[in-house]
Design a protein around this ligand. Structure first.
Ligand code: NAD
Length: 293
């Protein structure tokens, strides 16, 4: 069994980006600038945004954190987005999800300039991805492709089963794994909460990409020997013995499933760190595209 070490690969990627940034600085060029908008004070969102901003600082990007109160109206947020769209200093920005209930998520994502949409959530970018055109690929799926590529995992002709059909992970992942090229060329089954007899399908899978958010949902008796496992799930499970009061748990029963797997991502230290690295990569791409204009 080979561990798909997202911590190591994400560090390699960050070092590669830092070297690019150093070159930009040496040439007197503007370095990439990422802004993150956080509405409210949700604990997990604060942690995610914090690590994104810190990652920017470490590799030499400029970063801006826009913190708005929980009571922010849709109109106020749309005004902020317009400002960021028009601000020439900002190369890319993200709106941390979820948003408070008074704000329509779709309206907000549609308002982001597609050229600055480094999360790849705007329909224009999502459409381009589906049509194999060059674009920003959403960071988590992009990170999974990068892991498969760097560990030279064969995907051609394989049966890939994706669990979960969210717009940010499962759905784009199913499209990317079925595209021409590598990683891709898989025969894909996209499963979800209404799928019948899921374990019959997962038992036939060569590659399982699980993104549903139920701790230890994928058990050893649901997979075949030699399976490749990508565990996207991140759930905080209460644990009094842990200083933080919780442990981060994936969708896969790692201990048992890893005995059958040929490749597997750990949680934490698998897909999670890759997501941040690929957001930085998208921001670098955004800067490069803007400087070519
Ligand atoms: P989501 O929470 O929006 O949706 C869950 C999906 O799982 C739905 O499509 C649903 O149909 C499916 N599902 C639920 N129960 C099911 C069942 N019994 N059988 C089959 N499918 C079922 O999904 P999301 O936003 O993609 O998040 C999924 C998990 O991935 C969460 O734990 C989240 O925290 C994590 N996540 C991690 C990263 C990362 O960087 N590693 C990024 C995004 C999400």
């Amino acid at each position: 069994m080979t561990l798909l070490d997202g911590k190591k690969i994400s560090n390699d990627i960050k070092n590669e980006i830092a070297a690019e940034v150093q070159k930009m600085k040496d040439n007197g060029e503007k370095v990439p600038h990422l802004a993150a908008v956080l509405v409210g004070d949700d604990g997990a969102s604060l942690t995610y945004v914090g690590s994104k901003v810190r990652a920017c600082e470490r590799i030499g990007f400029e970063s801006t954190l826009v913190k708005l109160p929980n009571t922010t109206t849709e109109v106020e947020l749309l005004k902020k987005i317009k400002e960021l769209n028009e601000d020439d200093a900002i190369d890319g920005f993200i709106i941390q999800l979820p948003l408070p209930p008074q704000i329509n998520e779709q309206k907000v994502l549609m308002a982001v300039d597609p050229h600055k949409d480094v999360d790849g959530f705007h329909p224009e970018n999502f459409g381009k991805m589906a049509l194999d055109m060059s674009t920003f690929i959403p960071a988590t799926p992009f990170g999974i492709l990068e892991l498969l590529e760097r560990y030279k995992v064969e995907t051609k002709g394989k049966h890939t089963v994706v669990i979960g059909r969210s717009h940010i992970v499962g759905r784009p992942m199913s499209i990317l794994m079925s595209r021409k090229g590598w990683p891709g060329n898989s025969t894909v089954t996209l499963t979800h909460s209404r799928t019948e007899d899921l374990s019959k399908i997962t038992k036939e899978a060569d590659i399982i990409i699980s993104a549903l958010g139920v701790p230890k949902f994928v058990k050893a008796d649901m997979v075949k020997d030699g399976v490749v496992i990508i565990d996207v799930g991140i759930t905080r499970v209460p644990d009094e013995n842990h200083p933080k009061g919780y442990v981060i748990t994936g969708d896969v029963d790692f201990e048992k499933v890893s005995e059958k797997a040929s490749f597997i991502t750990p949680v934490p230290g698998g897909v999670g760190p890759m997501t941040i690295a690929m957001l930085l990569k998208n921001t670098l791409l955004a800067r490069e595209q803007r400087s070519e204009k």
